[in-house]
Design a protein around this ligand. Structure first.
Ligand SMILES: [Zn+2]
Ligand SMILES: [Zn+2]
Ligand SMILES: [Zn+2]
Length: 329
């Protein structure tokens, strides 16, 4: 089973994230594989480069190279199931998730759960839970069928290999290093205590340490994949750190009374934080009734500075009891 550990080292990271990395991955060169439950699964072209590289490696214990290729495909099959765990859990919290991208470092589920710690925690934890569910499933496939009676056959080796890969994926993704699932679970847990911004700052700092550890591992093993993963993680942590700082600045702004986001229920900050899509002028949309003071353009929907949700302007109403007969603006 020589290949198993190297495969684990090379792929299977799940950074079920957003931001620049996902934009980079999605931006160019992904094509749609299939659609299930309203979720599109895309494959990035770089996956083929990695697959070619993988397929040229020694085939390990198998008699036929076909099994080696199947093993690599099975790895991505499990990554896809894992990503569906995230996407469907995110949907169940009322969040938005419609896309999964597979690339050489694993998968990205573009999930946008409601900005609450419990919803975020569930959206992230559901991915590794799929791997937890696969543990007994794969063990059953092996031990409840005649496979275990012929342990040296290719089929038995294959099932054993993917069971090990599944276990490895689970352990790897639970490393508490942002943006891996474990790091995002840590962040969601800290969110309950520290709030949205500080939890992200704390998790990104821990993530930097994880990326540094991987970089050391790269130096030690000479593995290109560890280096790539370390760079990806460090970059994501840097982005998360910047995001956390921006959130902290936002949290400190004074808030408008009598108005709240229909999605997250938070009162909008005071200040010229909205930008006119037509002329580029910055203005406070609640001051002007969603009308640009410069060019007069009126905007039907307003984006929440806190949760990012876009809601009809009329729905931004008072968070406290509505007085009967009053007019909400
Ligand atoms: Zn994941
Ligand atoms: Zn909001
Ligand atoms: Zn304007």
């Amino acid at each position: 089973m020589g290949r198993v550990s190297t495969t684990l080292g090379t792929t299977g990271g799940c950074a079920c994230a957003r931001g620049v990395v996902s934009t980079f991955v999605l931006g160019q060169g992904s094509f749609r594989l299939f659609r299930f439950a309203g979720i599109d699964v895309y494959l990035h072209w770089t996956w083929f480069l990695a697959a070619l590289w993988e397929f040229q490696r020694p085939i390990g214990t198998y008699r036929s190279a076909v099994w080696s290729a199947l093993e690599y495909l099975a790895l991505f099959g499990m990554v896809t199931l894992h990503e569906f765990g995230h996407a469907l859990a995110c949907r169940s919290t009322g969040g938005h998730a419609d896309r999964i991208v597979l690339w050489p470092l694993g998968g990205l589920a573009l999930v946008n759960p409601p900005q609450r710690p419990a919803a975020t925690l569930w959206s992230i934890a559901a991915g590794p839970l799929v791997n937890v569910a696969l543990l007994p499933t794969l063990a059953a496939v092996y031990y409840l069928t005649p496979l275990h009676l012929a342990p040296h056959g290719d089929t038995a080796s294959f099932v054993r290999a993917i069971a090990y890969i599944n276990g490895g994926l689970l352990i790897f993704n639970l490393l508490p290093s942002y943006p891996l699932d474990g790091g995002q679970i840590l962040r969601s847990l800290l969110w309950f205590v520290l709030g949205r911004a500080r939890s992200l700052l704390a998790a990104s700092v821990v993530g930097f340490a994880g990326a540094a550890g991987l970089a050391l591992l790269m130096l030690k093993t000479g593995s290109f994949w560890f280096g790539l993963l370390a760079a990806f993680m460090a970059f994501s942590c840097w982005r998360a750190f910047q995001n956390g700082r921006a959130m902290l600045r936002l949290e400190r702004l004074p808030r408008r009374t009598g108005v709240a986001c229909p999605s997250c229920g938070v009162a909008p900050p005071l200040g010229a934080l909205w930008k006119c899509g037509r002329c580029g002028t910055s203005f406070d949309t609640f001051e002007t009734g969603a009308t640009c003071p410069s060019c007069g353009a009126r905007f039907a929907a307003t984006r929440c500075a806190d949760c990012g949700a876009l809601s009809p302007f009329e729905q931004w109403t008072a968070p406290s009891p509505v007085v009967p007969g009053s007019v909400s603006v």
